[in-house]
Design a protein. Structure first.
Length: 95
């Protein structure tokens, strides 16, 4: 038999009337305020996890560059960004 996991609650959140009114105005048809808050929490957990992973990758790259002495020049980075921007503009212009 499969064990059923219990759910937990998030502490109640006190907000002023304008924040609540703005949240209610942002609801999609059929969406509840509880669902909206849950989605916001899940989104921010994901966003913060991605930020932490990004920082960890950056620190690892820094450490590797220090160990190996292999760095990418500013000119190379900017040239790569220019190419990416040009491709995006060309794609957008073709639409």
């Amino acid at each position: 038999m499969k064990a059923v996991s219990k759910t937990s609650t998030i502490p109640p959140l006190r907000v002023n009337e304008s924040v609540r009114a703005a949240a209610e105005a942002a609801l999609m048809e059929g969406e509840t305020l509880s669902g909206f808050v849950l989605e916001a929490i899940q989104f921010n957990i994901q966003r913060r996890t991605m930020q932490q992973e990004f920082v960890a990758r950056g620190l690892a790259a820094r450490d590797e560059a220090r160990q190996t002495g292999n760095y990418v020049s500013v000119e190379e980075v900017l040239a790569g960004l220019d190419k990416t921007l040009a491709r995006s503009r060309n794609t957008a212009a073709g639409k």
